[in-house]
Design a binder for this molecule. Structure first.
Ligand SMILES: O=C(O)CCC(=O)C(=O)O
Length: 276
């Protein structure tokens, strides 16, 4: 199932309450990182990814991993808004200023000290007081091999990373139809990339979920549990609706490219960290 999956058609073989490594989800066998073996996922989904521009991996991350990501997200939001531990992080989001987007470590992305390999990225994240465990997820084979396989490339680069948070009851939190690489229109210095749109809260039409539209298809909302991932190509049309629920909606979205993405003059546009 790919989109608008009603709960009854979601993964029948893996129970949310008992997520663990090496469990199975239909024919997708467990792996060491997230419970999904990227080689199997790619073998089963690449054709669909190439056709539609996206695939939905239900319950990709374990509950523990979702917890790590939520903690890092909340810490970044609190830092941005000056809230204390006790205050609700999402309620401090200033949509006007941030557009709901919180880039991770942008200051470290470019320039002489920018990381160029996994070790450098680990160091930069550590200096930025970010979670070492989340860094482990980013650099682990589950994500890197998934990105490589779906992009169909030999090399994979960490390109960008952001949390996208919509506070509750927020009528200005929609994202209009767009493609992630609209900003560069495939010019020189462009390499295809994937965005791993990862729900950190259950997502639905009330709280600001994503809508995709395959070629010639009607738009459909992504209805998914926290921990599910929508892997989207950078040319995939998508939008998201407003969050009218009374709680914040959090998403983590790392992006991996098939080469260093550079502006005119050869400077990286964001990170260009070679991972494999
Ligand atoms: O998380 C969302 O609501 C949409 C994010 C999005 O479309 C994007 O960052 O390109």
């Amino acid at each position: 199932m790919e989109v608008a999956s009603p709960r009854t058609t979601r993964c029948r073989y893996r129970k949310r309450t008992k997520l663990g490594h090496n469990e199975t989800c239909g024919s997708i066998t467990g792996g060491s990182d997230t419970g999904f073996d990227p080689v199997v996922v790619v073998a089963e989904r690449k054709k669909k990814f190439d056709r539609d521009g996206f695939v939905v991996l239900d319950d990709f991350f374990t509950e523990d991993q979702v917890g790590l990501l939520r903690r890092e997200c909340d810490a970044i939001l609190r830092r941005a808004s000056g809230l204390t531990e006790e205050e609700d992080a999402a309620s401090g989001v200033n949509v006007g200023e941030s557009g709901c987007v919180f880039e991770v470590l942008q200051d470290a992305a470019r320039g002489a000290g920018a990381p160029v390999d996994a070790e450098g990225l680990r160091e930069a994240r550590s200096q930025g007081h970010l979670s070492a465990e989340v860094c482990g997820l980013l650099l682990g084979s589950a994500l890197v091999d998934l990105a490589r396989g779906l992009l169909g490339c030999d090399e994979v680069y960490y390109f960008n990373e952001q949390y996208i948070v919509k506070p509750g009851m927020c009528v200005t939190s929609a994202f209009a139809w767009h493609r992630d690489s609209d900003w560069c229109r495939g010019g020189e210095g462009y390499h295809p990339y994937v965005s791993l749109w990862t729900a950190l809260d259950d997502v639905n039409e009330e709280n600001g979920t994503l809508y995709t539209r395959g070629p010639g298809a009607e738009e459909k909302p992504i209805i998914a549990n926290a921990g599910s991932v929508v892997v989207m190509g950078d040319r995939t049309l998508h939008r998201s609706c407003v969050n009218l629920s009374d709680k914040g909606r959090r998403v983590w979205m790392p992006q991996f490219s098939s080469g260093p993405i550079t502006a005119e003059g050869g400077e990286p546009v964001s990170f260009a960290v070679k991972l494999s």
